[in-house]
Ligand binder design. Structure first.
Ligand SMILES: O=c1ccn([C@@H]2O[C@H](COP(=O)(O)O)[C@@H](O)[C@H]2O)c(=O)[nH]1
Length: 291
């Protein structure tokens, strides 16, 4: 199927529906809270209620793969339905699966999540660059070829991430000068280079390579000005971030940020209308705060 580049599709979706990304994270505790059994049937009811609530109004839906995989093949079958039904209702699906491996295996992950023939193909996936940014090439190439996207972990929302992601690379007169740059900045720079090349070739408003930068991370020290790609910002609500933190973390980059929330919205279930109202309230509050 021929699709417009991911950056074109995402820009249109955000213009029509706002920038909030709502996560589908069927935590066992949330299944309890919704009065559902902790089994594949409960998972299915939970996830499809979320699709009913969000997919007609929200631009990007982010199922967390781990919570589906926990139920084995029946859970993965539910994930397939979530992807297909959310897309049919007009949402983009960003599958949070954080894959990263040597290039030859990465090609298989790209086939699984970013190829037209796969039942698990989403509009974008999260990927981990900690086997080297270049190991992600098969996923980036598949994304660019099929109008899909990848979101590369740069500065994650969890406090443990900083010890690796803020460490300096280069330095002592190496490629980036005396002080070096952070691991996260080197990921930003490599993503920016890919986006510049793709945008030059396609004219898309944003490249297909996004980043993950948590809304909770405080002063990032990152220069995102050349990224020309989207930024997923998890950490709203349950992890403590709100509109003020988004503004402080992202400053002028905010228009390219997809703030993401899961538990803080999902706690309003099991009624689909109540879930939708909660998601739209967060979306509209963020939009008002950004004006
Ligand atoms: O840096 C990251 C990357 C991904 N996540 C994921 O986002 C959601 C957050 O859920 P909340 O309930 O809104 O806290 C979850 O799926 C994480 O795996 C992240 O939190 N931080």
């Amino acid at each position: 199927m021929s699709r417009a580049p991911f950056g074109t599709r995402l820009t249109a979706a955000v213009a029509a529906r706002g920038s909030l990304c709502v996560g589908i994270d069927p935590h066992p505790g949330l299944l309890d809270q919704w009065g559902l059994p902790r089994d594949a049937s409960g998972l299915e009811r939970f996830a499809l209620t979320c699709v009913e609530a969000f997919a007609g109004e929200i631009s990007v839906i982010k199922p967390q793969s781990a919570f589906f995989e926990a139920y084995g093949s029946r859970g993965v079958a539910v994930l397939e339905r979530v992807i297909a039904e959310a897309q049919a209702a007009g949402a983009l699906v960003l599958l949070d699966v954080k894959r990263g491996d040597i290039g030859s295996t990465m090609a298989a992950y790209a086939q699984a999540y970013l190829s037209d023939s796969s039942p698990l193909a989403a509009d974008a996936v999260t990927v981990s660059p900690y086997l080297g940014f270049g190991s992600l090439d098969p996923a980036i190439e598949a994304a660019e070829a099929t109008g899909r996207g990848v979101f590369v972990l740069a500065l994650t929302s969890n406090p443990e991430g900083a010890s690796v992601q803020r460490a300096l690379v280069g330095g002592l007169g190496g490629v980036d000068g005396p002080g070096g740059v952070s691991v996260a900045q080197s990921i930003v720079d490599q993503a920016a280079a890919r986006n510049a090349a793709q945008r030059a070739a396609t004219g898309a408003p944003l490249g297909s390579v996004g980043l993950v930068v948590g809304a909770t991370v405080g002063r990032t020290g990152l220069d995102l000005s050349a990224l020309d790609g989207p930024v997923l910002a998890p950490g709203l609500g349950a992890q403590g971030a709100g509109a003020a933190e988004l503004a402080a973390v992202f400053g002028p980059t905010l228009p390219r940020v997809l703030p993401a929330s899961s538990r803080d919205v999902l706690r309003h279930g099991p009624d689909a209308a109540a879930l939708r109202t909660a998601a739209l309230r967060v979306r509209d509050e963020l939009a008002a705060a950004a004006r």
